[in-house]
Design a protein around this ligand. Structure first.
Ligand code: AMP
Length: 207
C-alpha cells in the first residue's frame, strides 16, 4: 500500500502516520525528518537545507526528491509506505508519479487557529521522535516514552509557522485536484484515536 498523507504542519500527520505504521506494517517516510538529518550532516548542502527549514520555506524540489528516492530504495519500502509531508506541491506530486503509483491519499483537515495553538506549544523528543504538547495535562517537559528532555523545533516559532501555513494554503487545492477520487478527507479536531478510526476503516477496505 502506497499512501500519501496531506495536512498542514501541526494537523497531526505524524501522529496519524504512527498509528497506520503500527497496524499496517508499512514504514512512515517523513521528508521533514529525512531533511533534518541532511541539515545535521555538517555539509554545505546541510547548511542550505537547515536555512530553508528554519524559515519554514520549502526545500528545493530536486534536493527533496533525491533524498526521498534514496529512502525509497531501502528494503522496508517494498510492500509500500506512508509519505508524511511529501508531496507538498503539484510539481512534487508529478515528480512522484514518475516513480510510484499512489494507492490512496489521506488529507487531514483542521482549522488554522487550532493548528497555530497546537504548534506553538508542541514539543519533540530528540531521542525517539515522540511528540508532546506543553499545554496538555500531565506535561512534564520530559519524553513520556524515554524520559529525554523535550525541545521546541525552530520552525515551531510564530514567524516560521506563518510561512509554513502559507505554503500549505497555496498548494493544497491543486494537490487535492491532482489526486481526485484517491483522496480520503478526515478531520483531526478530535483526539488522535478519533481521527484514526475512519482512516483505519478506509484502509482496511482498500487492502
Ligand atoms: P515537517 O517536519 O513535515 O513539518 O517539515 C519541516 C520542513 O522540512 C518544512 O517546513 C520544509 O522546510 C522541509 N520539507 C519537508 N517536506 C518537504 C517537501 N516535501 N518539500 C520541500 N520541503 C520539505
Amino acid at each position: 500500500m502506497k499512501l500519501v498523507l496531506l495536512g498542514a504542519a501541526g494537523s497531526g500527520k505524524g501522529t496519524l502516520a504512527k498509528k497506520i505504521v503500527a497496524d499496517f506494517n508499512i514504514p512512515q517516510l517523513s521528508t521533514g525528518d529525512l531533511l533534518r538529518e541532511v541539515a545535521k550532516s555538517g555539509t554545505a548542502l546541510g547548511e542550505e537545507v537547515k536555512a530553508y527549514q528554519q524559515s519554514g520555506a520549502l526545500v528545493p524540489d530536486n534536493v527533496t526528491f533525491e533524498v526521498l528516492k534514496d529512502r525509497l530504495k531501502k528494503s522496508d519500502c517494498k510492500n509500500g509506505y506512508i509519505l508524511d509531508g511529501y508531496p507538498r506541491t503539484l510539481n512534487q506530486a508529478k515528480m512522484l508519479a514518475e516513480i510510484a503509483d499512489v494507492d490512496a491519499v489521506i488529507s487531514i483537515e483542521l482549522d488554522f487557529e487550532e493548528i497555530v495553538k497546537r504548534l506553538v506549544s508542541r514539543r519533540n523528543c530528540p531521542n525517539c521522535g515522540e511528540i508532546d504538547n506543553a499545554e496538555y495535562q500531565g506535561y512534564t517537559g520530559f519524553c513520556r516514552k524515554c524520559q529525554t528532555p523535550l525541545f521546541q523545533r525552530d520552525d515551531d516559532k510564530p514567524e516560521a509557522i506563518k510561512a509554513r501555513l502559507e505554503v500549505y494554503k497555496q498548494n493544497i487545492t491543486p494537490l487535492i485536484n491532482f489526486y481526485g477520487d484517491k483522496v480520503f478527507k478526515v478531520s483531526s479536531a478530535g483526539t488522535p484515536d478519533e481521527t484514526y478510526k475512519p482512516v483505519k476503516l478506509f484502509l482496511e477496505r482498500l487492502k
